[in-house]
Design a protein around this ligand. Structure first.
Ligand SMILES: [Zn+2]
Length: 203
């Protein structure tokens, strides 16, 4: 099976991307990668291979792919075709609460001169609102009074809108990794769950 692609990002000139699935063959070899720590820390990547600890990679190096690994957390890919800049973000509930995607947009603005009006964003497969039940502690981080359900994709979509990304330029691939067997799920499969690679690059 091919990796999943966002129709929105597919329309961007000189940008390649993919969201891995359980059966897609994406590997991180040749891409910049992270030791992910559920933070709001981003790193600017200049070459393939491990870039350090953090949860978002940005680059404006032509041809360099940036990648994240997920299984329930959301992979979010950003492209600024005007500046030839891209980003790959790993956003679980901790990273979402820490506003990792908003921090990443801010980093692209400061580092690369990105204008949010030019940004395209695709929120990939992660645990859906159908399945993401949380306890009181996590619920309170998302404005709930107690245990409940959290819509991580919507939380990230809202952060992108608040950052200035036009709503028609945000694509949400509404696949739930927990209840859709095409995906790895940490909550469903436990510590032995595999991970899916998502990547983006500007050519
Ligand atoms: Zn679900």
């Amino acid at each position: 099976m091919d990796p999943l692609r966002s129709n929105l990002l597919c329309r961007a000139a000189r940008v390649e991307h993919g969201f891995g699935t359980r059966t897609s063959l994406l590997e991180q070899d040749g891409f910049a990668s992270l030791r992910q720590i559920h933070s709001a820390r981003w790193i600017a990547a200049g070459k393939p291979g491990p870039a350090g600890e953090g949860d978002a990679l940005i680059t404006n190096v032509a041809g360099l792919g940036v990648s994240v690994r997920t299984a329930d957390c959301l992979p979010i890919l950003l492209a600024d075709p005007a500046k030839g800049a891209v980003a790959a973000v790993h956003a679980g509930w901790r990273g979402t609460a820490a506003r990792i995607v908003a921090e990443t947009v801010d980093a692209m603005q400061r580092r690369y001169g990105t204008r949010t009006a030019d940004l395209l964003a695709a929120i990939g497969p992660g645990i859906g609102v159908c399945c993401f039940r949380v306890g009181e502690d996590v619920g309170r981080r998302f404005g709930l009074d107690g245990p409940g359900v959290v819509d991580l994709a919507e939380e990230n979509r809202r952060q992108l809108v608040e950052a200035g990304v036009p709503e028609p330029q945000i694509d949400v691939l509404a696949f739930c990794t927990f209840c859709d067997g095409r995906f790895h799920s940490f909550r469903r499969d436990g510590p032995r769950a595999g991970r899916m690679i998502s990547f983006i690059r500007a050519l």
